[in-house]
Ligand binder design. Structure first.
Ligand SMILES: *Cc1c(COP(=O)(O)O)cnc(C)c1O
Length: 232
């Protein structure tokens, strides 16, 4: 199957899942997760109509940004864990950082964005499964509170939602409680009307579980394998 055909099939599946949930498919962004894939394949995904791309590593995308610089309306998101010492480079390369998991990182990104005279969109990454090996803030942690409360002072960052990677489960249905938990956290935060905190985006769902994520309210599914095939 070509990338073009893969994208068409995924779009159909997104539409069906949205329909089951009584949602409008237009409110769900299909992000192409292009980590490990070369610029030529990313360009094919672009030609198939995709405009939002997710990369995991600053270093890797650094090498791909130049050959793809002509795709001016493509949006590049960092979705992998970011170390503070790479925040400045990440702020240059990406238009959005979807994996903000500490106040310290947010502060570094804010000052880097300020130097670059740009505004960076950010999502707060939540570790819904409480897994030690995963990054992300735990839903009821003081760290999350501190970050939310610091947002008004971080005026080069645009906080607009939450992201999560739930524990892997063979059966996508088993991920549902985690997706639901993220949606409830988002509703809870949104209801507090905190200054400079917008909760429009819920980034959850990958190749094997994006339909369940959509049924639970995802507004951005991050799909790699089902678009590009297995990573080498
Ligand atoms: C790799 C990755 C994905 C995509 O995973 P697939 O199973 O290939 O669709 C989504 N989100 C994050 C954070 C990833 O690292």
């Amino acid at each position: 199957m070509s990338i073009d055909q893969n994208v068409a099939r995924i779009r159909e599946r997104i539409a069906s899942a949205a329909c089951r949930a009584g949602r409008n498919p237009d409110e769900i962004t299909l992000m192409a997760v292009s980590k490990t894939h070369p610029p030529e394949l990313i360009r094919e995904a672009y030609d198939a109509g995709l405009r939002v791309f997710g990369e995991n590593r600053v270093q890797e995308f650094s090498g791909k940004a130049t050959p793809l610089a002509d795709l001016q309306d493509a949006k590049w998101h960092l979705i992998g864990h970011l170390q503070s010492n790479k925040a400045a480079r990440a702020a240059e390369l990406f238009s959005a950082i979807d994996s903000v998991d500490s106040l310290k990182l947010a502060e570094k990104l804010n000052s880097s964005a300020q130097s670059l005279r740009k505004r960076l969109e950010v999502l707060i990454e939540i570790n819904v499964g409480g897994e030690a090996a995963k990054s992300g803030l735990s839903p009821d942690s003081p760290e999350l509170e501190n970050l939310l409360n610091a947002a008004p002072g971080l005026d080069h960052l645009v906080f607009h939602g939450l992201m999560t990677i739930p524990p892997f489960t063979e059966n996508p249905e088993d991920a549902r409680p985690y997706f639901r938990q993220l949606r409830e956290l988002r509703e809870d935060i949104a209801s507090r009307n905190l200054p400079s905190i917008n909760m429009a985006i819920l980034s959850m769902g990958m190749s094997h579980d994006f339909e369940v994520a959509i049924e639970e309210g995802s507004t951005c599914v991050r799909v790699g394998t089902s678009i590009f095939g297995e990573r080498g």
